[in-house]
Design a protein around this ligand. Structure first.
Ligand code: NI
Length: 167
């Protein structure tokens, strides 16, 4: 397995809209495994292919404490429903920034697994939030887009300054 490089905001490649997966082969299975390894190593609870500069509709999530509830979702389609809830979110592409974002409390998910088999389930709470966050990445959208432009500007500046400091 290989750890993949995660792009950081404001990298313009994070704004790419991902295209559907139509080939379910060993290469896809290997890529999904690498995404999970990269997410766990980061450490994070979700990762979208967009974040590792692969613009295909693939996300991985695992909100468990024990790394035992991994979901690999190919071509996910969401139907969010229920109450709107506010929660603190962070993102592996926006390091060390945490802000409150409004999401739907529940989401009905249809997707495919790595072999192309249809998957369908309803998620709530943290899993629902995480899936909504990751699917936004596939549209080229980041959680900071939900914040005020003033706050967003400060975050971009902070990340650019930090990148400069690293060299
Ligand atoms: Ni993210």
């Amino acid at each position: 397995m290989t750890r993949l490089k995660i792009l950081h905001h404001p990298d313009p490649r994070l704004r790419t809209k991902a295209t559907p997966v139509d080939t379910f082969d060993d290469q896809l299975a290997e890529f999904a495994k690498n995404m999970l390894e990269t997410m766990y190593a980061a450490p994070g609870i979700g990762l979208a292919a967009t974040q590792v500069n692969v613009h295909k509709r693939v996300i991985v999530v695992d909100v468990s404490d024990t790394k035992s509830e991994a979901h690999t979702l190919i071509n996910p389609v969401l139907e969010p429903f229920g109450a709107r809830i506010q929660g603190e979110e962070g993102c592996l592409s926006v390091p060390e920034i945490y802000e409150s974002v409004e999401r739907f409390e529940q989401v009905h998910v249809t997707a495919q697994d790595v072999s192309g088999k249809p998957i369908e389930f309803t998620a709530s709470g943290m899993l629902a939030i995480c899936i909504q966050h990751e699917c936004d990445h596939l549209e080229g959208k980041l959680f900071v887009d939900y914040l005020s432009s003033l706050k967003r500007g400060r975050i971009s500046k902070k990340l650019r300054d930090r990148a400069k400091a690293i060299g």
